[in-house]
Design a protein. Structure first.
Length: 165
């Protein structure tokens, strides 16, 4: 469980490539996430092209971390052939959290950049990525070797625990 406490949001990266095997390990962790009725709505677009990363970053007011990342993983979801469509965003949340934790386990840095459910972010990102009609962008995770250390934040708050009496 220590890796959960090691994970932190990293927004700046060293100018070092991230190899395909590392990206695949991160995506593999995402695909290991639970999903409602095992619908696994995810599809992933791996982006390395600097021009595409620049265009994608402009789709969100928080997209700046993509600009200097060596790679970004766009976690997308299908809108068709789903058993439980109302659970897709929950499925994708589990998927992305797994990827962030795996990135930390590999001593990589990443940050969750939300696109769903905000159509004003999703629509332009969908165009940049050239997604088919049945896919939507859920989040983009820039990934790289962290610039600087960064410190995990202890978010534990005992006042939010309510014990049965």
């Amino acid at each position: 469980m220590n890796i959960i406490f090691k994970r932190k949001s990293i927004r700046t990266y060293l100018d070092i490539d991230v190899d395909d095997a590392t990206v695949e390990q991160i995506i593999r962790a995402g695909m290991a996430a639970p999903s409602a009725k095992n619908q696994r709505p995810w599809e992933f677009y791996v982006v390395r092209n600097k021009e595409t990363l620049q265009k994608l970053s402009a789709c969100s007011p928080y997209g700046r971390p993509m600009v200097n990342a060596p790679v970004a993983i766009a976690a997308c979801y299908r809108t068709n052939s789903l058993f439980v469509p109302d659970m897709v965003l929950l499925d994708m949340s589990c998927c992305c959290e797994n990827m962030l934790i795996q990135a930390a386990a590999l001593d990589m840095g990443s940050v969750w950049l939300s696109f769903a459910p905000l159509k004003e972010r999703q629509e332009p990102a969908k165009k940049v990525l050239g997604l088919p009609e049945n896919l939507e962008v859920f989040a983009v995770l820039p990934v790289g070797y962290p610039m600087g250390e960064g410190k995990p934040v202890d978010r534990f708050d005992a006042s939010r625990i309510h014990w049965e009496e």
